[in-house]
Write a protein that binds this ligand. Structure first.
Ligand SMILES: Nc1ncnc2c1ncn2[C@@H]1O[C@H](COP(=O)(O)OP(=O)(O)OP(=O)(O)O)[C@@H](O)[C@H]1O
Ligand SMILES: [Mg+2]
Length: 252
């Protein structure tokens, strides 16, 4: 069975950085092949993982109507072909990028097809890491059917923690289903949880809550466009995520 980690949270809190580190650690823990899905049109999970995506599913979707007529195959078949073509294969993990969805209008059909295609692709992977855009839009559109581990990321500020609680309530209201909730509080002072943490944990029923400190090495990743594979093994954030994933993937 596939275990899907979906990372969400407000803008700029560290979702993509952690998604990259999740992929690296799952690979290193032998939980491979991992499928990394970049569901943020503005994101750079590919850079974080040091791979190049040939084209995105979003752009494939736009060209689909003409091509399916030309090739005389169903849109569903064509999309599955495109997804296979858009899949980047790397060491221990593969990656696809959703790209920008079509313009305004009804998402239902395209999302339905996309969901089915990703569902099919998912069967080949024991672990999937889904990096989302800020907010919960992708989850609410239910592009991915079942989230096993919902990872909500926040900074340590009161405003950030309040937003996280709101996101959690929203997820509930929208019927997002998950088995476990993990809260990662990022850029904390000396790795200490803020005062609001106990309340947030209680209100959300989080299975796990971890404080991750501001870290110079992590800060330089984005600044210097370096992939997560270059983070040293004694890095405090790398180690914290490694231990956490080791524990989670062992638990039933
Ligand atoms: N613990 C940390 N210490 C130092 N810098 C960090 C830490 N976590 C993340 N960063 C930096 O913060 C910036 C934002 O991180 P990231 O892109 O992962 O956030 P995001 O939540 O994915 O943003 P977006 O909502 O735009 O997708 C990056 O420059 C990243 O290197
Ligand atoms: Mg991001």
């Amino acid at each position: 069975m596939t275990c899907l980690f979906a990372l969400s949270g407000k803008g700029g809190v560290g979702k993509t950085t952690f998604a990259g580190l999740f992929v690296r650690n799952l690979v290193e823990l032998g939980k491979k092949p991992v499928l990394a899905i970049d569901a943020d049109p503005n994101s750079c999970l590919a850079d974080m993982l040091g791979v190049k995506v040939p084209f995105t599913i979003g752009s494939a979707r736009e060209r689909m109507r003409d091509e399916s007529d030309e090739l005389k195959i169903s849109k569903h078949e064509l999309l599955r072909m495109k997804i296979a073509q858009g899949l980047v294969e790397s060491n221990g993990f593969d990656m696809i990028s959703m790209g920008r969805p079509e313009g305004p209008g009804c998402y239902c059909y395209a999302n339905g097809v996309l969901k089915a295609a990703i569902g099919e692709l998912s069967r080949n992977y024991p672990y999937i890491v889904l990096d989302n855009e800020a907010g919960l839009e992708n989850l609410s559109r239910r592009i991915v059917q079942v989230v096993d581990i919902l990872v909500l990321v926040s900074d340590a500020s009161n405003a950030g923690m309040n937003t996280l609680e709101r996101l959690h309530s929203l997820a509930r209201e929208m019927g997002v289903k998950y088995r476990k909730l993990i809260i990662l509080v990022n850029r904390t002072r000396e790795g200490r949880l803020p005062e609001s943490a106990a309340r947030v944990r209680e209100n959300t029923g989080a299975h796990k809550m971890a404080a991750l400190p501001y870290d110079e090495e992590i800060a330089t990743l984005a600044e210097e466009s370096k992939p997560v594979w270059e983070v040293s093994r004694d890095n405090q954030i790398y180690s914290a995520i490694h231990e956490m994933l080791d524990e989670i993937t062992k638990a039933p």
